[in-house]
Design a protein around this ligand. Sequence first.
Ligand code: TXA
Ligand code: MG
Length: 349
Amino acid sequence: MKTRVFVALDNQIKEQELQEASSVIRAGGLVAFPTETVYGLGGDATNPSASRKIYEAKGRPSDNPLIVHIAHFSQLEDIVSEVPKEARILAEHFWPGPLTMILPKNEQIPYETTGGLDTVAIRMPSHPVARAFLEDSGCMIAAPSANTSGRPSPTTAQHVWEDLQGRIDVILDGGAVGIGIESTIIDLTEETPVILRPGFITQEMLQEVLGTVKMDPGIDGSDSHQPPKAPGMRYRHYAPKAELTIVEGRQEDVVARINQLSAQAVCRGKRVGVLATEETKEFYHAEYVIAIGQRDDEAEIARHLFDVLRQFDALEVDVIYSESFDTAGLGQAIMNRLLKAAGHKRIFV
Ligand code: TXA
Ligand code: MG
């Protein structure tokens, strides 16, 4: 299959290309598109064969459910068996935007889309290209992140091309995304709402409008007795090809330890990468040092995280040593992704 790329300059996609992308979706094909979080790999959410194609293109286990993207709240009402008041409150405050709600599904959504579950994940994205595409196609679009299963999520059309060229029909190129980590997932099927995946919309922001919101105790996936509730959070994820280790402690100690570990690795014949910040990058001796951003600019760190992991892949390093980040606010989502990428390997100094 030849993958076509349609470029949206200034987030404006040409009318004829938009129509072509819409026909592909309506015919059961696959179109990758930008959202404000990461790029999604879209197929018609009501078409079981489109969902099967998504799993195949990504190489994703088919018990890992997809998120249904919608343009209007009325579409949520069409696919769930019941709309709790929390869903309306959340939609009012955070939609369109980087929040996914889990609700009980009805028969409109096939089990192929929900990985066999009786619940469905729903999100209304705010990215102008995603919105134009949802509107024009008239479809609800099931879309996981548009990466090969297990690799870092794609934050540019180039990342999608690297992973999926030849396996999907179209890529809508809207440039680099704004947020860079996937949406917050909140489960509304329990008595108290539960966050299944941390993201840009934080627990504090959700509690402000809903009252008590719990965190899935299995969220970081480090405890085998407490598996995460979102199936996708159970797999090793966001992973660069190199072995990644996070080093945590006071800045001088972290720099010293990373330099020591790097020297040892070089001695063993390894190519070494260091994930640093603007403040520390010049202190490292390793051959490949990438600054992810300013330490106090969490939004910048989130936006660059997956791209930096992919840059290390392109440099073909064998090991990566990374600094650690604060876990307040957006930091929780950043460390959740980084720890998963590291398979929870961390050293305290
Ligand atoms: O920001 C995002 O959410 C991006 C963009 C494209 O919208 N999408 C995304 O999809 O991250 P994906 O498939 O990579 O992650 C979806 C996560 C998985 O961990 C999956 O297990 C979970 O959502 N999920 C989906 N439906 C669920 C359900 N019914 N119950 C529990 N978890 C669910
Ligand atoms: Mg994903």
